[in-house]
Design a binder for this molecule. Structure first.
Ligand code: C2O
Ligand code: CU
Ligand code: CU
Length: 511
């Protein structure tokens, strides 16, 4: 006979044990979820500077760059071998550099065992050259996009963009920086000697397994994907940079899959922001913290004293609109030392920064012919739909201006928003003027939980009713899950298609 009292007692005791044990487990998880490397690094590794890739010139006067997707192995942390991908090497890529007006041709070989693509993030170019998910390169193939550089001086980058596996391909390391110069700015006195006082900083977080291999696990209880507990800068772990001049310009790129960095210095000194994603600011501005979400860039200039020993640090992002639980599991309480900067005993005196940088011809709100709404929801939808490779979500008309309103009703997670082709200005964030550091050309903007951001852009130069451009959240797991859409640009008065015609016929060019 079943003794009910005993049974009830048994159930009660079991539940208490499970709840207490589970609670203990959750407390442990909560504590474990906070990542920090403060005080753990010796910064003995000189910061790697990706070499500048030398172009050749072809008979049409184009600058020709050759890039090859390569699988390799690298020792980020002493004694640990890590399998990675890179371009022309095991990890990351040489830096590309071109000048406004240059015609470039880039041969991209795929020497890895998977289909992938290479997208020019921030580049204003024809859709068929964009390197998104419609320009896949099969193993053994070469894709050779060509276009004319036709945009302001800026710090761009490139990375794989195959639909559904962008996170994985970027995490393996196939990415690089693309610096654009402008002949009209030659007289502007800015630190510009690459590798000396003009330094790329490609910041990425990684997780490693005990055997040194990359750990691709998404952070549990978080909803942004992979959050690493180790930081690499240009592929260097625990990096140190030796400054030889009184001003150093850093081109900072957040090339991480999901992590936000709230950048500042350990002594809280202020530094100068001179440029955002796709161009220089009108005037330099001074700040001591700057939030960079994945895909965003910032050009900063730091004043160095002789024998300085300072640390570029990411302070807790503390994302507005997340509760303490969401904050903790999405990196909101994490803090990392990124790079030490050591000043030489004697520093070369740099020219003081100009007080005026560039004139910006802003798009006018009164010229906008459309206001489009994009609602980001969950971890993979825009306007209640996931991405469909065949669906063209809308067509914009060449030579018009549009306002896009990106909202994020749900909360509980953070997003950002990136546009291919266009560079935008931020009109307002929750109805308020953008802060000073967001008053420059952008292609990626952080969208805080429950916020709404309005941006404005012109659609210029290129039309192609067949090949779409992407817009998406640059939290790569969200992008892969479908928080992405596609638009085409058409001539005025033409009917846009609603499907991507014959996408298979156009997927790649063989050479
Ligand atoms: Cu940096 Cu569509 O990507
Ligand atoms: Cu892009
Ligand atoms: Cu997102």
């Amino acid at each position: 006979m079943l003794n009910y009292r005993k049974l009830i007692l048994f159930i009660t005791i079991t539940s208490v044990v499970v709840v207490l044990g589970g609670g203990g487990f959750m407390v442990w998880m909560f504590n474990e979820a906070k990542h920090s490397n403060l005080g753990e690094l010796t910064f003995e590794n000189p910061l790697a500077i990706p070499e500048l890739l030398e172009p050749t010139t072809d008979d049409q006067g184009r600058k020709v760059f050759d890039l090859t997707f390569t699988a390799g192995e690298i020792e980020f942390i002493e004694g640990q071998r890590t399998e990675t991908w890179g371009l022309n090497g095991p990890y990351l890529s040489p830096t590309l550099r071109a000048t406004r007006g240059d015609e470039v041709l880039i041969n991209v070989d795929n020497d890895v065992e998977e289909d992938t693509s290479l997208h020019w993030h921030g580049m204003h170019l024809p859709a068929a050259m964009d390197g998104g998910p419609h320009q896949m390169i099969e193993p053994g193939d070469t894709w050779s996009p060509t276009w004319t550089i036709n945009q302001p001086a800026a710090t761009l980058w490139f990375h794989p963009h195959p639909h559904g596996v962008t996170a994985e391909h970027v995490y393996r390391g196939a990415a690089g920086m693309f610096i654009l110069d402008d002949p009209d700015l030659e007289d502007l006195e800015l630190p510009d000697t690459y590798g000396v006082d003009d330094i790329p900083l490609i910041i990425q977080d990684k997780k490693f397994n005990n055997d040194g291999s990359l750990n691709f696990d998404k952070s549990i209880f978080g909803n942004v994907g992979i959050l690493g507990d180790e930081i690499l800068v240009n592929g260097t772990h625990g990096p140190s940079f030796e400054a030889t001049s009184s001003l150093v310009r850093f081109r900072v790129l957040n090339a991480s899959n999901a992590r936000l960095y709230n950048l500042g210095f350990n002594d809280n000194r202020s530094y100068t922001l001179i440029g955002t994603d796709t161009g220089l600011l009108e005037e330099p501005i001074y700040l001591n913290r700057l939030l960079l979400s994945p895909g965003e860039r910032a050009e900063i200039v730091v004043e160095i004293e002789p024998e300085d020993d300072l640390i570029l640090r990411s302070f807790e992002p503390n994302i507005n609109g997340l509760n303490f639980w969401e904050q903790r599991f999405n990196g909101g309480n994490d803090t990392f030392d990124i790079l030490t900067i050591r000043g030489n005993e004697q520093l070369v005196d740099s020219e003081p920064l100009p007080s005026k940088l560039v004139d910006i011809d802003w798009p006018e709100e009164t010229n906008a012919v459309h206001t489009r709404k994009f609602e980001l929801s969950g971890t993979g939808w825009i306007n209640n739909e996931p991405m469909d490779m065949n669906r063209i979500d809308f067509a914009a008309t060449k030579d018009t201006t549009e306002i896009w309103e990106i909202s994020h009703e749900g909360g509980g997670v953070y997003h950002n928003f990136h546009t291919h082709l266009i560079h935008f200005a931020i009109l307002d964030i929750d109805g308020k003027d953008p802060p000073e550091h967001l008053r420059g050309w952008k292609d990626t903007v952080f969208i805080p939980p429950t916020s709404s951001v309005r941006i404005i852009a012109r659609f210029e130069d290129y039309v192609d009713p067949e090949f779409p451009y992407m817009y998406h959240c640059h939290i790569l797991m969200h992008e892969d899950r479908g928080m992405m859409g596609q638009f085409v640009v058409v001539e005025p008065g033409t009917e846009p298609p609603s499907r991507v015609p014959e996408i298979d016929d156009h997927q790649h060019h063989n050479h």
